[in-house]
Design a protein around this ligand. Structure first.
Ligand code: PSV
Ligand code: MN
Length: 424
């Protein structure tokens, strides 16, 4: 489903007066508004191929209908999001949930929607039909070499799929770990995992990056073999310069200071990618910015500061992706909200007066430092984000457009109310 450009234009025309009033107000407050708008226009957040269907829990799943039935329809859905917000210009594939059977066709279809292929994701946390060995007791950590080899081979296969599509990174998330004390020898599990990752790393093309994603818990609840940023950094450092740590916001123990983790990883040149979501209890996979928006702002503040300190390009030097699940919302509406929350928070972080903040820090002026951060966080930047969208051909209010045009009803019409997307 390609959106009619003239429908977006009509929508924008209807809203333009109100928008301009809001924009002129905030633009007068911002120092170099043109530079800021360009940064917002350039910033793209990848959408995971597994987030386009309804998620669920072990207690049930309540699909809303019209879910994409194959990779082509998933690309179509992301194309739709991108046409509306111009900030979702990439797709991240999980193998084997979304195998690109015909890479040339899939690549051409994505290009038609202005989409690129972000990080490829391997899956050694589920057993697949016909698979020789089970991952019940882990994959890369496994005590049996043959199981480890199977996991290594799978990752190398994922790299090959990615090469055909023009991707340049591999994200490895392992569910490996243990459920009970005594189940694992921690050092052996680490060494096995490291050796397996080394095999995959040696198959990595020169211009690729490998992201090692950590998670403190689930599905293993006693120990996780890549359990925190320290362990991930250890693997990434031992692997080499193409290996990086990936931070998923939902993968920490309660109250972890994620902004500090981000700052230090950036300082070491070892932060590679990001999975956005929000949570109250654990890996809840809720809409970005819906529970702890100030924490998200503090994280973005460190991202901008740390990237600028290293002369990194905000838009391209890290992998930005949403990793969420939608149990009660329409996934496309949730993704529009998540991207909007990311853009708003990025814009707020760009507004922080860095010179004044550095001065306040040097003077131990705690109150001023807090005022500077909160001044940026409390600024309503929505008109700036909308202006960036307008300039790149998107809709002033993507969510309103989606509802007014009853896009979900159209999808249900064409795909049926019982269609099921692969993924979580
Ligand atoms: C694991 O919880 C994770 O965050 C990893 O990124 C997976 O690839 C993704 O979710 C989907 O299971
Ligand atoms: Mn993740």
């Amino acid at each position: 489903m390609q959106l009619d450009k003239s429908a977006i234009e009509a929508h924008n025309e209807y809203l333009i007066k109100d928008h301009e009033r809001r924009f002129n107000y905030i633009a007068a407050e911002v120092q170099d508004v043109e530079a800021l708008l360009q940064k917002l226009i350039d910033f793209q957040v990848a959408i995971p191929s597994w987030a386009l269907g309804t998620g669920g829990t072990r207690f049930g799943r309540f699909p809303g209908g019209g879910e994409p039935r194959n990779l082509e329809e998933k690309i179509e859905d992301i194309g739709l999001l991108h046409a509306l917000n111009n900030s979702s210009g990439a797709i991240s594939l999980h193998i084997p949930w979304d195998i690109p059977e015909n890479a040339t066709h899939i690549k051409a279809l994505a290009a038609q929607h202005g989409l690129q292929f972000d990080a490829m994701n391997s899956n050694t946390f589920q057993d697949q039909p016909g698979q020789a060995f089970s991952y019940k007791y882990g994959s890369m950590q496994h005590v049996n070499k043959a199981v480890r080899q199977q996991a290594i081979d799978h990752n190398i296969e994922v790299i090959k799929y990615g090469l055909d599509l023009g991707s340049t990174s591999l994200t490895v998330w392992l569910s490996d770990g243990s459920c009970f004390p005594g189940q694992l020898n921690f050092r052996n599990a680490f060494q096995n995992t490291l050796e397996s990752l080394q095999q995959v790393y040696s198959a990595l093309p020169d211009d690729w990056k490998m992201f090692v994603e950590y998670k403190a818990f689930e599905p293993n609840f006693y120990s996780t073999t890549v359990g925190d940023w320290g362990q991930s950094l250890l693997y990434a450092s031992k692997l080499g310069s193409k290996a990086y740590t990936l931070v998923d916001l939902g993968h920490h123990l309660p109250n972890a200071n994620i902004e500090q983790i981000v700052a230090l990883l950036l300082m070491e040149g070892k932060l590679g990618g990001f999975h956005f979501n929000d949570s109250k209890y654990g890996d809840d996979d809720l809409t970005v910015g819906s529970i702890k928006p100030y924490q998200l702002f503090l994280i973005f503040n460190e991202l901008v500061e740390g990237m600028d300190a290293r002369g990194m390009k905000h838009a391209t030097d890290l992998g930005w992706m949403i990793d969420a699940s939608h149990n009660v919302k329409d996934p496309l509406e949730d993704l529009l909200q998540s991207v909007e929350a990311i853009m708003i928070t990025y814009a707020q972080a760009l507004l922080v007066d860095r010179k004044k903040l550095a001065e306040a820090q040097l003077n131990n002026d705690v109150v001023t430092a807090q005022e500077i951060l909160q001044q940026a966080f409390r600024t309503d930047v929505r008109a700036l984000v909308a202006a960036a969208r307008l300039r790149s051909g998107g809709a002033l209010n993507p969510l309103a457009f989606y509802r007014q045009h009853d896009i979900r009803a159209g999808l249900i019409n064409r795909r049926g109310s019982k269609s099921m997307a692969t993924g979580l």
